[in-house]
Design a protein around this ligand. Sequence first.
Ligand code: BGC
Length: 767
Amino acid sequence: MKGLLFCCFMIAGTFYTSFAQPRPGVRPEPRQGVPPTDAPYRNAKLATDARVQDLIARMTLEEKIGQMTQMCASSITLDGTKKLDLNVDKIRDLIKNHHVGSLLSGTGTAQRWVDFLMGIQQIAVRETRLGIPVIFGMDHVHGADYVDEAIMFPHNLTLACSFDTELAASMARVTAIESADLGHHWNFAPVLDVGKNVNWPRLYETFGEDPLVCSRLGAAYISAFQESKDISPYKLAACAKHFIGYSDPKYGWDRAPSEIPDQVLHEFFTPSFYAAFKAGVKTLMVNSGELNGEPVHGSKFLLTDLLRKQMKFDGVVVTDIKDINKMVEMHGSNDTEKEATFRSVDAGTDMSMACSDLAFIRYVKELIAEKRLTEARIDESVRRILKLKFELGLFENPYPRADRLKRIGTVENYKEALKAAEESIVLLKNEAGTLPLSSTRATKVLLAGFTASSKRNLNGPWTLEWQGAPEDRQPKDMMTLAAALQKMLPKPASLTVADSAAEAIGSAAFDKFKQQISLADVVVLTVGEVPYSEFKGNATDLSINANHRAMAQAVLDMGKDLVLVVISGRPVLMTDLAAKAKAVIFAGYPGQGGGEALAKILTGQANPSGKLAFSWPVGGAHIAPYYVKKSEYFHRKAWENNLPLFQFGQGLSYTRFTYSDLKLSDTLISREGTIKATVTVRNTGLRAGKECVLWFLTDEVGTITRPVKKLANFEKVALKPGEARTLTFEINAHDHLSYPDKEARRIIEPGYHSLRVGGEEARFRLK
Ligand code: BGC
């Protein structure tokens, strides 16, 4: 027996020396029943399907179910938190006894990540019969945000305001470089939920309210991430999340029920997922909430009929965290977890993000023994999961590596994040040229507010910790807004930074702030919300925080120029203050370059070019995206003050752009035809700048009532002073003039459409 074990161990040893040499980590335990080294599944030259087939044929039922199970790193650390101290006994138990094939999450330095994942992977590869590597998932949603040294990018909502797909691609490329070597294989990003409900506390994770913006930025992210060559020999998987209807809960809270008619779902919610599938996204995560009365995790209609059959997605479908359990605990749609497990697997789940308990494994096994689930159904999911592992090259390159860690947190990567922030921040109002701050007009600048000296508020949530790490764990050499402004404010202007304690109305610091106002020419005040994630951000009122209001009011009462800088995951309601402020900026969560980018914009070293990717409501009673139906608009027009405070697409520059000569190649278009629209955009101001050119279409009459307008194309152009460019938009009747009915069949109707770009407008007719 001993001899046999030794022999197996030697065979395994020979085989694994062909892998990237592991760092000394976990001392291996012997294993049994190891297939020969020339087993087809180990042959990288064979087609993936053949490898999958060979491997599945060798697997026991338990080994298969284990592949469908994902556990949280906190279940294998010494103290049960996300801190990366591996509890070797626990991970060995999960992998060897329960055959768990996937893990997620954790936080720490790059080196600790390498050690942690080396330990895990060595057990999976060297100590199990088949040596199937673990696939490790992360929430790197704005950079490799759970790695201490990594660069934090703006969150998606901010990035979307750049209207620049290249910036989404750049974030993806940097994230790939800063995570792949650490053994992170799978990123639960991008969020493709259309952020049409500003109450929803995950709005900042979306690319805003427009389906086209979500589609294009999402697809750019996915392609750049999954096709990155910088990380060779590794490959990474992105994850389109959260399918579907998560972002518009009826009353605005996280994971609360959504009621979305099928027609609306097809018109506004599926396009970003279709775009992701076209970009080749390998995996998808399910919406934790319920849609039209059914938990999405248990919906065969959504997960099979819509997702698999209609939308033809063939990648891995993973649940959200503990969500099979939530069908019992939260939705009450099933009385036991076993029934919920049946329902979810039957509906189409491939992998359960079970996280902390192994009930999923037990129940699936029982359900098979009871013949309620078939092994063929299990094979279907396991086939997808193994295909993913083969496609990522995990069998050939299972181990992390520490020899390129200096590529993490570099100046170049920071510059990408800075550029992203600079081009995303939106200047919403700028009366009488208050900005940029100039040494002649504003010699005494007072900077105040909750983010003046905070890094945490700039990076936002999902930064080293779920809710955003405390100040002392934020990136060391990151510049706060105060530090950046101090450096950049042109002399002889001077900067005073108010104490952050001034936020507390009635405190001594607040009184001192009032004195400081009296000495200032202009007050730059940061207002907004402290970072929150998911349900922690549920709110009943989006009104500006009372302390921030008091600070702004104090500035206005003393007749000083007020510049409001909103650092927030969603719009705050502040209509009266915005009317009185001289300038308003939306920065969202601009990330690690946020302080520097804001200072550059405030001082004019950078010319703002962001435009709002969502509609900023005027008050709590009327919250709606820009693509409301015509009848809604009819009512809105009747009460002018019900228009948004700031509109989708609104954003200023320090230069001026004028639009002219909108021309159509024809005013008639056939159902299969195309026409060409051209417009000239000219920089008529005095400095170089960038303009996001937004093309809107309106279907003037529709059997199913049509949105008042819909973004049909966008492009960002850089123009020097005096420079002009003629831009072209090819209108394709099928893509741009049709819309889905409730069965997703395209409707295309004769009649007039109008096209708007800048202040220009043209009309054409579909034959
Ligand atoms: C979130 C997901 C995330 C998952 C894993 C959940 O709470 O809804 O977006 O990917 O946690 O961390």
